[in-house]
Design a protein around this ligand. Structure first.
Ligand SMILES: NC(=O)c1ccc[n+]([C@@H]2O[C@H](COP(=O)([O-])OP(=O)(O)OC[C@H]3O[C@@H](n4cnc5c(N)ncnc54)[C@H](OP(=O)(O)O)[C@@H]3O)[C@@H](O)[C@H]2O)c1
Length: 288
């Protein structure tokens, strides 16, 4: 199977490169320097030349607060860019997988979001992804839209890396305790995505590590596991306003992934593996 990956330099993309190679699949790994998603002729040419069996679209403008002040850019990259890839995929008959987000939901539910629940994004990033989902499913009805959440992993900025840095230098850190979701290790997700490609998955799939927590609970587990002395203090979102609103609850139901016989590990297990294996500055952290 030949795979073309957009977003190969990203947090998830780097793990996808490893996962695709591990399965012995042929890979064409692209960054924004190879192809800007907004450049339709270039995207088209690259896909036509490589004739992939499967295209994984992990590339995106992912700065949630940045999207709020750069609406045009967010829509151009995340929505119109995805449409460019979908149109090219149609000409080569390649299967298409788009990475999407829990932020397509407004967070007003108190039980896990199912794939059929209505999209109602409350920030520009979520809106750009929701519009991309709709257009892709229209252009390529058998495309696979994989929604995930709260990514952490090696090779870039992520929540655990930030907490480790803060907890190593401050006696107390304040973290919001009124947003609930599912942290997801890029290594586990990459393996899941490759399996979905191999199974020829289509439609919407929710893929996260299992279980859920608030950011405060996530930070507490990071500090506890790493044995750092910092105290984690729960605060409210209202005390720490950000440019983009976040859904208060964005847990995604695993039912759609279960249907493919794929079960992702618990987030605490995933965090333990992330922290044990070459987490940034792990050598200087007491318990690691
Ligand atoms: N991070 C999360 O918590 C999270 C949660 C839910 C869903 N997702 C989704 O999961 C996917 C992967 O996220 P991530 O955190 O791995 O992203 P990331 O680390 O921010 O990486 C983004 C990737 O997109 C590429 N890119 C950005 N703008 C581009 C453009 N105009 N044209 C072509 N490529 C462009 C970047 O390439 P360069 O390095 O060359 O700039 C990079 O490879 C995204 O689709 C994101 O929306 C992420």
């Amino acid at each position: 199977m030949r795979v073309t990956l957009f977003g190969a330099s990203g947090l998830l993309g780097q793990e996808l490169v490893n996962a695709v190679k591990l399965r012995g699949l042929e890979l064409n790994a692209l960054t924004s320097k190879d192809a800007d998603l907004r450049d339709h002729p270039r995207v088209n040419r690259l896909i036509r030349d490589s004739q992939p069996d499967c295209i994984i679209l992990s590339a995106a403008f992912t700065d949630v607060d940045g999207c709020e002040s750069n609406r045009d850019l967010a829509m151009a990259v995340n929505c119109e860019g995805a449409v460019n890839v979908a149109k090219a995929a149609r000409t080569t008959g390649s299967r298409l997988m788009l990475l999407s987000t829990d932020y397509v939901f407004d967070g007003t539910k108190s039980s896990p979001y199912e794939i059929g629940d209505a999209r109602n994004p409350i920030n520009v990033y979520g809106e750009s992804k929701a519009r991309a989902e709709e257009q892709l499913l229209h252009l390529v009805p058998d495309a696979c839209i994989v929604r995930t959440s709260w990514l952490f992993g090696h090779g870039g900025n992520c929540f655990p890396a930030t907490i480790l840095k803060l907890a190593a230098t401050r006696p107390e850190i304040s973290i919001v305790n009124d947003q609930r979701g599912s942290p997801t290790f890029t290594r586990d997700l990459a393996s899941t995505l490759v399996q979905l490609c191999e199974k020829g998955a289509g439609g919407i799939v929710h893929a996260t590590n299992s279980g859920n927590c608030t950011w405060y609970e996530f930070a507490t587990e990071i500090v506890r596991t790493s044995g750092l002395p910092a105290e984690v203090k729960p605060v409210t979102t209202a005390e720490f306003p950000r440019p983009a609103r976040r859904p208060p609850y964005s847990v995604l139901s695993p039912a759609s992934l279960d249907a493919y016989g794929i079960h992702m590990p618990k987030w605490q297990d995933a965090l333990g593996r992330y922290l044990r294996h070459d987490a940034p500055a792990a050598k200087s952290i007491p318990n690691l």
